[in-house]
Design a protein around this ligand. Structure first.
Ligand code: SF4
Length: 340
């Protein structure tokens, strides 16, 4: 059976027409979906007849809260169960500007980044738009807070689930749905060049983040096997094309790993590579994962790396580490549960 949460309003209108209903019913149903209802019976302005038709043709629930962990800094990591029993996770973070949610878009991930707990889960399937947006709805319901920012940095590679992620973005952005500004959403890719090019042509103002993590192909290939398919120069060419078309600044994510990509020469090399690209570098300490071989760089080394980039004219900041006392590495909570 189709899940009613997977539809945009225009699609739901077609569904209603196919059911022999008036088109405007779709608007009523769509509004209910984003008011936090968990059953068709709660849609009190619909006739009993229509409610029965909906029950016979669609499912409504697609994601259930399974567990959560709260960090001392207020960050909450959620574990969600899907209808087929698989699990995904999301994180709620509190910032000065409001609440931000990091969401998953796949069960597991094919990309195999060697520093990532999600890669070790193994790829199962793509999440549907309803399951992606459902994470935000469930978090709002649980926390009682209105989410203002979304980052696609949880489990999965967004451009490997392109159509569903784009539909989820449109639903999150729709004023009749969650009404989250496109500029308040960020999509992070490991560097799928075709996806970057396609994203450049979307008429949507979302931010694009690229997980770069090294300026040298041999080191990046070791950390991110996707680099064998798309080298750093191919990724950066796609970024230049994206900026030319959108005039939007790109964020490069750089996880600092002790002794691997964090010395002064690495920073100088990175600055040279990014010269002339409208960008910002976000430095993060690599997350320590179970059986992982990488260690975080020291705070001092991170600061030196940032200062070198800044000296060379590249805007770089160190991202505040949130939720460090809980299983905050992406995919770690799912792995913890798999091992229990
Ligand atoms: S870092 Fe992202 S792209 Fe790489 S394996 Fe993890 S989830 Fe996939």
């Amino acid at each position: 059976m189709k899940n009613i949460r997977d539809f945009e309003l225009s699609e739901l209108e077609e569904e209603m027409i196919n059911l022999g209903e008036k088109k405007f019913r779709a608007k009523q149903i769509f509004a209910w979906l984003y008011r936090g209802v968990n059953s068709f019976d709660e849609m009190t302005d619909l006739s009993k007849d229509l409610i029965e038709k909906l029950k016979a043709n669609y499912t409504l629930e697609c994601i259930f809260l399974d567990d959560f962990q709260t960090s001392k800094d207020g960050t909450v990591k959620y574990l969600f169960r899907l209808v087929d029993g698989h699990k995904v996770e999301s994180v709620l973070m509190k910032y000065k500007f409001g609440y931000s949610v990091c969401i998953s878009n796949q069960i597991g991930c094919k990309m195999g980044c060697t520093f990532c707990a999600s890669a070790k889960i193994g790829f199962v399937r793509n999440l549907t738009p309803g399951e992606i947006v459902g994470q935000v709805l469930k978090i709002q319901e649980h926390s009682g807070e209105k989410v203002s920012n979304i980052v696609f940095m949880g489990i999965g590679e967004p451009f490997d689930n392109y159509d569903n992620v784009l539909k989820a973005i449109r639903l999150l952005n729709d004023p009749k749905a969650l009404n989250i500004g496109a500029r308040h959403m960020s999509v992070s890719t490991c560097g799928l060049v075709d996806g970057i090019k396609k994203f450049a042509d979307e008429k949507i103002q979302c931010n694009l983040c690229i997980s770069l993590h090294s300026s040298r192909d041999e080191v990046r290939t070791e950390m991110m096997p996707i680099n064998k398919r798309y080298s750093i120069s191919e990724v950066l060419d796609a970024c230049r094309e994206y900026i030319k078309k959108t005039n939007r600044r790109i964020t490069f994510e750089y996880a600092l790993v002790n002794g691997v990509n964090d010395n002064r020469e690495d920073a100088i090399h990175l600055a040279r590579l990014l010269h002339g690209i409208l960008c910002h570098v976000n430095l993060i300490p690599v997350n320590k994962i179970k059986d992982g071989k990488y260690e975080k760089s020291s705070v001092e080394k991170m600061m030196k790396f940032r200062d070198t980039l800044n000296e060379k004219g590249i805007v770089a900041t160190i991202r505040r580490e949130l939720g460090s006392d809980i299983s905050a590495a992406c995919g770690q909570l799912v792995r913890d549960k798999q091992e229990q």
